[in-house]
Design a protein around this ligand. Structure first.
Ligand code: NIG
Ligand code: FE
Length: 398
């Protein structure tokens, strides 16, 4: 059974063989078969298919790849947000509130919230999402979070080293032993990734040596590394991410020139797969902080991803179109750069080559915009432009 999606006003393929930038094709068509992209090109030369869907001149882009979220949790922190908007800083200290609520929640409660957020993301064009643990901070709750996350996505991340919980406040080595020992053993079967909140400036987060120990233990257990780094201040996160071969360092709000050089160097000849800089501008929006310097990273040749970081504390947006609009308006990325980072960039940050583009063989995950071109994502901020979402070759939304 093949499906021809035709009368596409602008098709974004991210196929560099089709030309620089986004590999766009005007007046295009796509053939989908067995959940994969079987053909793309001008509608006038499209092959026949079993079924034909007329998209009425709308724009088609690869489904967004949101490579950083914390969408399994309980409770909310609306009061913390309101206080911040009237002057209190974001320190990461409020994470303990979510830990308490998450520990107390049943599996059904956690599952329902996670499902609702992933549905909300899908309705906004996201077809691949990464989900972290990190609000359990005990063996049982971390493992519960990851089992539930695994029902929602294959991209699951063990973040037991999110913060040191109150009961270990005077025994940090004890918590590190737990995270790198029994907690890792219970969580690794449900996770693809290991992550750590490396932020020496935040008293409950982790310093360089602690972060290295967490990442190395995860790697030994067969997980791949990613890092929360350089969010609140300059620090070792980005350089440590490169050192351990992490797929991504996320936030990157405070980078030194040496950090940028290290990230760029990780993509140098013979260096294999490097470390992506994942920027999370919805966090700067929601914490009213200066945005990361995307142009500096792009100028240095560092691949940049954009993600939501959807979480109840530092930024509770599930919307990749919102993130794209912020990246263009606030970080001076071009509309094409922002869309690339929200799709192919996210895929690189997850070391996936089957998503984030619409080349032949890719997963048929695509987002239809009620707009003539991808520029409208930033040009019409806050407008629900996502009109259809296809996942694995099937219409998944609405
Ligand atoms: O990525 N930085 C640490 N963790 C999350 C925030 C979690 C929270 O505040 O609940 C982040 O911003
Ligand atoms: Fe995060």
């Amino acid at each position: 059974m093949s499906t021809l999606l035709t009368n596409i006003g602008e098709l974004v393929t991210n196929d560099l063989a089709r030309g620089e930038g986004l590999g766009t094709v005007p007046d295009a068509a796509v053939v989908v078969q067995a959940g994969r992209i079987a053909w793309t090109g001008p509608a006038a030369s499209a092959p026949a298919a079993d079924e034909v869907v007329d998209l009425g001149g709308r724009c088609v882009i690869p489904g967004f790849v949101d490579a950083h979220s914390h969408t399994v949790f309980a409770g909310d922190r609306a009061a913390e947000f309101a206080a911040r908007m009237t002057g209190e800083p974001y320190t990461g200290g409020g994470i303990a509130t979510t830990v308490a609520a998450t520990r107390a929640a049943s599996d059904d409660t956690l599952r329902a919230r996670g499902q609702a957020l992933v549905r909300e993301m899908l309705a906004q064009g996201t077809t691949t999402v990464e989900i972290k643990s990190g609000y359990g901070q005990d063996v049982t709750t971390e493992a519960r979070m990851l089992r539930i996350a695994r029902e929602l996505t294959p991209e699951t991340t063990f973040l037991g080293a999110h913060t040191v919980p109150a009961e270990y406040a005077t025994d940090r080595p004890g918590y590190l032993d737990l995270v790198t020992g029994p907690m890792l053993a219970a969580c690794a079967p449900h996770a693809r990734w290991i992550d750590v909140f490396c932020e020496p400036a935040a008293p409950t987060a982790f310093d360089e040596d602690e972060s290295r120990a967490v990442l190395r233990a995860g790697l030994r257990a067969g997980l791949l590394a990613r890092v929360h780094g350089n969010q609140l201040s300059q620090g070792p996160g980005a350089r440590l991410a490169v050192e351990v071969g992490a797929a991504s360092v996320d936030h990157c709000t405070h980078l030194t020139d040496a950090d940028v050089d290290a990230l760029a160097g990780s993509w140098g000849a013979g260096a294999g797969q490097g470390t992506v800089a994942t920027l999370l501008p919805a966090v700067e929006f929601s914490t009213r902080s200066p945005y990361p310097d995307a142009r500096r990273l792009l100028a240095a040749g560092v691949p940049v991803a954009l993600a939501t970081d959807c979480n109840p504390g530092s930024g509770y947006s599930s919307s990749m179109p919102f993130v794209v609009a912020l990246a263009v308006r606030e970080m001076r990325m071009s509309p094409a750069e922002a869309l690339w980072s929200a799709t192919a960039g996210g895929a690189a940050a997850l070391r996936r080559d089957d998503v984030g583009h619409l080349r032949v063989g890719a997963r048929a995950d695509l987002t239809v915009l009620d707009a003539p071109s991808h520029t409208y994502l930033a040009y019409r901020p806050g407008v629900p432009l996502v009109s259809e979402v296809w996942k694995d070759g099937q219409r998944a939304c609405p």
